[in-house]
Design a protein around this ligand. Structure first.
Ligand code: AR6
Length: 169
């Protein structure tokens, strides 16, 4: 059984085996969680991302997929980069958001990670409504078959925390 819990805080400060990054397809950094992870983790992460772009992911990491790098100077062993879908009311992209969580856990299992911290993927720049994102994220992690022992959803603000805590009650 995987323990799932919401935590209010900054994902770059979590002592876990793996931290999930809400990245974009370029893997070359951005704002939000992505910016914070690269800033605090240091240049080693970007160097591995560039190497991935030069090898397996020449066209970038597709939406809904996940790939791991070192965590550099973060108090974690790995960063698992995943690309969430951009929210649009015109098309149901829920399956891609679910896929981010499933694929991140699959990569965590490959690495042997037992504790994994997730941010609220797609709920910032990508505009996904918080309540719905929390429902999809928690539902997908609950349904996943994984050896990960603890999934921590790390929420930056009170609203996000309440949305995830509500799904976990
Ligand atoms: N720790 C935890 N949560 C955070 C942190 C932090 N340090 N910083 C922000 N959040 P976003 P997305 C919250 O925009 O929507 C980037 O430019 C934030 O409040 O980081 O998936 C990438 O390069 C929000 O609830 O990710 C992509 O281009 C949540 O994390 C794009 O943004 C996710 O917000 C991805 O957009």
């Amino acid at each position: 059984m995987t323990r799932i819990r919401p935590v209010r805080g900054d994902i770059t400060e979590q002592t876990v085996d793996a931290v999930v990054n809400a990245a974009n397809s370029s893997l070359l950094g951005g704002g939000g969680v992505d910016g914070a992870i690269h800033r605090r983790g240091g240049p080693e992460i970007l160097a591995e991302c560039r190497a991935l772009r030069a090898s397996r992911y020449g066209r970038g990491l597709p939406t809904g997929r996940a790939v791991a790098t070192t965590a550099g100077r973060l108090p974690a062993r790995w960063v698992i980069h995943t690309v969430g879908p951009v929210f649009t009311p015109d098309e149901d992209r829920s399956e891609l958001l679910a896929s981010c969580h499933r694929e991140s856990l699959r990569v965590a299992d490959e690495l042997g990670a037992r504790t994994v911290a997730f941010p609220a993927v797609s709920t910032g720049v990508y505009g996904w409504p918080l309540e719905d994102a929390a429902r999809i994220a928690v539902g997908t992690v609950r349904a996943a078959r994984t050896a990960v022992e603890e999934v921590r959803f790390v929420l930056f603000d009170e609203r996000a925390y309440q949305a995830f805590a509500g799904q976990l009650r």
